[in-house]
Design a binder for this molecule. Structure first.
Ligand SMILES: *Cc1c(COP(=O)(O)O)cnc(C)c1O
Length: 359
């Protein structure tokens, strides 16, 4: 078996221990003589999995008792509609901080359902910074304030929690579980699983209980957080296999020492890569230093005409998925939890060698 160094932005690398466990489990899960994909989600074994998974996640993220943990479908993208539908009536205003293309997408989606006020926007400098909080133009009576905690494409991350008198709603798709967070500062946290939690197809939503009651009537069941809270996320058939893998990833993270340990490793991985980029005239990263992402590190070559060569030679060296997003160009290395530090070291060594031979 040969595994590559996988810097995919998502769906992203999974821990090898988890992959090995899945392979062992598949034909005969927990002595049932069936795989986890072939049993009822309402049967004893799966209900136990769901309970354990929630208890472990609560422990991992220190989720306070007055928050509900929901597992839904439709990805983070669906939550960009679900949040305004549950929190804002038509005519209400929701505040959005636009620090990248995901935040812009969230604001554009919300505009279909309520008024949107862009409190801050960094598109004037190609989403390379977070406007100072003191300059944000907040509404008087917003239904909620939305941020994208980590902009996966440009690599801009909030290293602080904004103050907010209204519920703070955060898209944490590409940063959740990378470090400890203070859940009590947020009203709603949502995250597609395929970056740091598990496979695509399942989405985590953490909602403060007083926000569960939707402000509108007649929402579809699958777009009501309350419905998921009341059914233990079994409003309809959940994506059982994805949930099973998420459960294994969460157990794995607890075994690794939890999120404080992940944060230490993640910060070290990102710092050494940024140091390599900053220490050379051959590579560069345009993001303001205080908001550089730990998870997604975009960089460009001084000479873009050898981008293809960089990708070709890095692939030959076993480094995959380094092509930058088409809107930014250049390269992007995603360093999620499951990307081992050795992979970052291999990338840094390759970059030095590439610079030596092509610089
Ligand atoms: C990947 C990503 C999304 C999209 O998630 P889907 O699960 O594909 O809907 C949204 N926001 C951020 C920050 C992301 O990284």
């Amino acid at each position: 078996m040969s595994r590559v160094h996988n810097f995919s932005a998502g769906p992203a690398a999974l821990p090898i221990d988890v992959l090995d466990r899945i392979r062992e489990d598949i034909p005969d899960w927990q002595g049932t003589g069936m795989s986890v994909m072939e049993i009822s989600h309402r049967g004893k074994n799966f209900v136990e999995l769901a309970r354990r998974c929630e208890a472990n996640l609560r422990r991992l993220l220190s989720i306070p008792a007055n928050y509900s943990v929901l597992w839904v479908q439709g990805g983070a993208t669906m939550q960009m509609a679900v949040a305004p539908l549950n929190l804002a009536s038509p005519g209400d205003t929701a505040d959005f901080v636009q620090t990248g293309s995901w935040g812009k997408k969230a604001a554009d989606e919300a505009r279909k359902f309520c008024d949107v006020n862009i409190v801050a926007d960094s598109s004037d400098k190609e989403f390379t910074y977070i406007p100072d909080e003191s300059s944000w133009r907040r509404s008087d009576n917003a239904a909620f304030l939305h941020i994208t905690s980590n902009e996966t494409i440009s690599g801009v991350e909030f290293h602080f929690v904004p103050r907010s008198d209204v519920p703070l709603v955060a898209d944490m798709s590409s940063t959740i579980l990378s470090r400890p967070i203070d859940v009590s500062r947020y009203g709603v946290i949502y995250a597609g699983a395929q970056k740091n939690i598990g496979p695509a197809g399942i989405t985590l939503v953490i909602v403060r209980d007083d926000l569960l009651e939707p402000v509108r009537e007649n929402l579809p069941h699958l777009m009501m957080w309350k419905s998921f809270a009341e059914s233990d996320s079994m409003t309809n058939t959940p994506p059982t296999f994805a949930w099973y893998v998420a459960d294994l990833v969460i157990q794995h993270l607890l075994n690794m020492g939890g999120l404080a340990a992940m944060a230490e490793t993640n910060q070290r991985k990102a710092s050494k890569l940024y140091a390599t980029i900053d220490g050379s005239d051959f590579y560069s990263n345009p993001i303001t230093k205080d908001c550089r992402s730990w998870m997604n590190v975009p960089f460009v070559l001084a000479d873009a005409s050898i981008d293809a060569k960089f990708l070709e030679e890095s692939l030959a060296a076993g480094l995959t998925n380094l092509k930058g997003h088409r809107s930014v160009g250049g390269m992007r290395a995603s360093l999620y939890n499951a990307v081992p530090e050795e992979s970052v070291d291999a990338l840094i060594a390759f970059m030095a060698e590439f610079e030596r031979t092509h610089g």
